[in-house]
Design a protein around this ligand. Sequence first.
Ligand code: FUB
Length: 332
Amino acid sequence: MTRILIVCLFACLQGIAQPLVKHIYTADPSAHVFNNRIYIYPSHDTATGVPEDDLGSHFDMKDYHILSLDHVGGKVTDHGVALRLKDVPWAKKQLWAPDAAYANHTYYLYFPAKDSSGIFHIGVATSNKPEGPFKALPKPIAGSYSIDPCVFKDDDGNFYMYFGGIWGGQLQKWDHNKYTASAGNKDANELAALPRVAKLRKDMTGFEGQVKELVLLNEQGKPFYEKDNDKRFFEASWVHKYKGKYYFSYSTGDTHNLCYAIGDSPYGPFTYKGVIMTPVTGWTTHHSIVEKDGKWYLFYHDVELSGKTYLRNVKVTELHYRADGSIETIHP
Ligand code: FUB
């Protein structure tokens, strides 16, 4: 007993995070504070028997559950199924990492899924409650593609969606917003693919204007090449604002870092600043950053519960900024 208490005390002092829920597998946590409560919009991982491959076919999710908690460390509520794949008219498989936003007295859930041609697009579903249930619109957002939507609300009330993911997320197949099925992954000496950004219309269900590439630069102000894979963009965009600066954070995928870059506008350019979190257990790494009660938190996932790539569990840990606005690296 004493030994268990000592281990727990050590874990607390070290800030070692525990899975937020253990009765289901959850991943890709997009956290928001709505009505002074933290709502987490995660993927819901399940084992469906699809074999693992480099396209992520084993991430074969069929619904979403939304979690909420009053404060970090408080009781976590699972609100049950919020949206089912079978109820999304255009989507055929793979409900991947979602995000949410509130506007027009409505909660919007944004989610990627593959259509009947096997192409990822981003859909929208609405609810009058943050925890759902959500009802999907009949078609995906016109002009949307790839995966991992992140919806950021700027101080002036405008909303922007950041999205994209290479490899299984298909971003490498999109050039100037046109799809080429045969386009392969980038070669090491090619410029790295860039995440995408689009302003959302006031009705929150479509893009205002064209989807743009989000310029991401290295410490020397130069573009990344594919060979810079410990720093270049792979997937899992997130944007937050801290002391007037825009922070774009993302996963480097095959090198498993969560990195960040800073800019002066929601459209960038963003300049690389460092690693927020070194690799977790499991292949994927994905996160969100949110402020609650004057503290900043990083929501993320690993595979502590299952040890399996495709059965992940969400966690949270505190995030610390230095006086110059840089972020202290977390070693999970
Ligand atoms: O959950 C499926 C995919 O794995 C997400 O869309 C990626 O960000 C990665 O976490």
